[in-house]
Ligand binder design. Structure first.
Ligand SMILES: *Cc1c(COP(=O)(O)O)cnc(C)c1O
Length: 384
């Protein structure tokens, strides 16, 4: 695995080398299901493509290097990666889950994995005392997201690790780094055992593929997840692997612009007098701004704001011209989403209110268009 070079160089080169047969500089899409063997028990490390595929290998090496990990395992979606992580556990094991994790992650644990005997406690992992109280002797997995969606709450990753150490917990600490990306935050360097992504978002970055990845430095965890790829088969296709590889070649450039434009927009929104609240970890008014500066290099491209009025929010949502009203995030194009009715529509009303996800909230995924066009779009829409 190529771990050489600084982050920007790794984006372009890690995991990849020119094709030994012809020098092709870009990794080909290896559309093959099987590999010819020279004799019984003699192959080139590839025997069947559910287990290994050279395009997927390149992507796994690339993404692992970006997170500072030794092993990467790619899956057919972010949820397939989450499922592979849950399925490392056994009946009777307990999970501590962040209270504002991706809805699909909660749904999978709550509606599917509990049928196979997993138990869980949901807790605000941003509150270390509450987190400590949620740990049990049979807790085998701690799974959290920072920043969270759409409220942009943070969890102190080294703080969580420290609590686990003090409590003698041997649980695996897994962090969903989809929102921050390794350009801004590297959980393995902050004490996590395992980091995972929906590559569908920033890593691919062009809203044209679905995928997931899990990355670790721990040999035992990697072995379990590789076995899961082979045994359960929820692998990423060669075409998707290639698309994401193309995406990560510009990850550093895109994130630099996402970070800068989101900060500009968040400050612009905050300066207005007609909004109730603006949520962005890069704002000094964010209650965890100090922690954000400590564990993140930049604050990524998601900004949420509360207009203070549900009817106004409804009018605004359908009046954008540059932003598109859609679920998902992390692409080059700017999107706006109404979490209460879209991404978080299935979250019970009481939980939504507690988390601050009310009907007045809009979430922006700030793309890489000219930021002035984005400001003008918002300025116009705020008047409707
Ligand atoms: C989208 C998303 C997922 C799920 O990933 P899919 O690729 O849609 O399966 C998991 N976690 C976070 C934070 C996400 O945004």
């Amino acid at each position: 695995m190529n771990l050489e070079g600084r982050f920007d160089t790794r984006c372009i080169h890690a995991g990849q080398s020119p094709d030994p047969n012809n020098g092709a500089i870009m990794t080909p899409v290896y559309f093959t299901s099987t590999y010819v063997q020279e004799g019984i028990g003699q192959n080139k490390g590839f025997d069947y493509a559910r287990v290994r595929n050279p395009t997927r290998d390149a992507l796994e090496g690339n993404l692992a290097a970006l997170e500072g990990g030794a092993h990467g395992m790619a899956f057919g979606s972010g949820m397939a990666a989450v499922q592979a992580i849950f399925e490392q556990l056994s009946s009777g094991d307990h999970v501590v889950l962040g209270d504002n994790v991706y809805g699909g992650t909660f749904r999978l644990l709550d509606k599917v994995m509990t049928r196979f005997g997993l138990t869980y406690t949901q807790v605000d992992t941003g509150d270390l005392a509450a987190f400590k109280a949620a740990l049990r002797p049979n807790t085998k997995l701690v799974m959290l997201e920072t920043p969270t969606n759409p409220m942009l709450g943070l969890t102190d990753i080294p703080g969580v690790r420290q609590v686990m150490t003090v409590m003698g917990s041997k649980a695996v600490l897994a962090v969903d780094n989809t929102f921050a990306t390794p350009y801004n935050q590297r959980p393995l360097e902050l004490g996590a055992d395992l980091v995972f992504h929906s590559t569908t978002k920033y890593l691919n970055g062009h809203s044209d593929s679905i995928g997931g990845i899990a990355i670790t430095n721990r040999e035992d965890i990697a072995e379990g997840l590789r076995f899961h790829q082979k045994a359960a088969g929820g692998i990423l296709s060669p075409m998707e692997s290639w698309l994401i590889l193309r995406g990560t070649k510009t990850l550093h450039l895109r994130m630099e612009r996402h970070n800068a434009s989101a900060l500009t927009l968040a400050r612009w929104l905050e300066a207005r007098k007609d909004l109730k609240a603006v949520y962005y970890p890069g704002l000094e008014s964010h209650p965890q701004h100090a922690l954000a500066k400590q564990q993140m290099k930049g604050f990524s491209g998601i900004v949420s704001f509360d207009t203070g009025d549900a009817e106004r929010t409804r009018r605004m949502a359908s009046s954008f011209k540059v932003f598109s009203l859609a679920e998902s995030l992390g692409g080059v194009e700017s999107l706006v989403c109404h979490p209460a009715s879209m991404t978080h529509g299935s979250v019970p009303e009481a939980d939504r209110q507690r988390l601050g996800i009310n009907d007045n909230l809009l979430r922006l995924s700030v793309g890489v268009e000219d930021v002035q066009d984005l400001i003008e779009d918002l300025e116009r829409v705020l008047k409707v």
